[in-house]
Ligand binder design. Structure first.
Ligand SMILES: [Zn+2]
Length: 209
């Protein structure tokens, strides 16, 4: 009888100190009233830990939010540099001379990407021979190309531009019957770059504007 209170005190002390060795030994029914107390003592610090963890987690989120507000140092700040000829065609809506484009007769498998921003525009499967003097495609990679009717009432053509950077590509014509899709994207070679199949596509440059 003398030992019991002493043991209880010891157990409580051990539990409070987180003594693992004592935790499993005594509770086997020899001290029925102490069991609840030990359990309470043990769970209390665990709850405190949970609260602490939660607080840490909140602070972590705060840090993440702060980082989101910081400008991304790796974010691109400019598109690919352009030569004078590229600027004339891509930025000033110029047109390369027919039959001269570097990609006109390219029949290799791969992807045609935007010269200015690397956005994938067309696949080689979409290219066909129209004999019009410029690379021709009967479809575009979904969402890659934007159509804009020419503003002049004297020009019935529809301009096509890169949907990511707005760079001028050429014009699109419908109803000519070249292919089943009845569509011809007439694109300047200068506005594109060809990436052969199996070669990694460069990252699309997206500017935060
Ligand atoms: Zn582009």
């Amino acid at each position: 009888m003398i030992l019991r209170p002493t043991l209880s005190v010891l157990l409580l002390a051990c539990a409070a100190l987180g003594c693992v060795g004592c935790e499993s030994e005594p509770v086997s029914g020899s001290v029925p009233t102490g069991e609840t107390s030990i359990s309470d003592v043990i769970t209390e610090p665990e709850q405190k830990n949970d609260e602490t963890t939660g607080a840490d987690s909140d602070r972590g989120n705060d840090r993440t939010d702060l980082m989101k507000d910081q400008p991304d140092r790796d974010a691109p700040t400019a598109y690919n540099p352009l030569t004078e000829e590229e600027q004339y065609i891509i930025l000033e809506k110029g047109t390369e001379r027919p039959g001269t484009g570097a990609l006109l007769n390219n029949k290799a498998a791969g992807t045609y990407i935007c010269r200015q921003c690397n956005a994938p525009l067309y696949t080689s499967d979409q290219k066909f021979e129209s004999h019009c003097g410029w690379p021709s495609f009967d479809d575009e990679i979904e969402g890659a190309v934007l159509r804009r009717p020419e503003p002049s009432p004297l020009d019935s053509r529809t301009e096509i531009v890169c949907n990511n950077c707005g760079g001028h590509l050429g014009h699109v014509f419908l109803g000519e019957g070249f292919t089943d899709k009845n569509t011809r994207h007439c694109v300047n070679s200068v506005s594109m770059r060809f990436v052969p199949e199996g070669e990694e596509l460069p990252a699309k440059i997206v500017l935060d504007r």
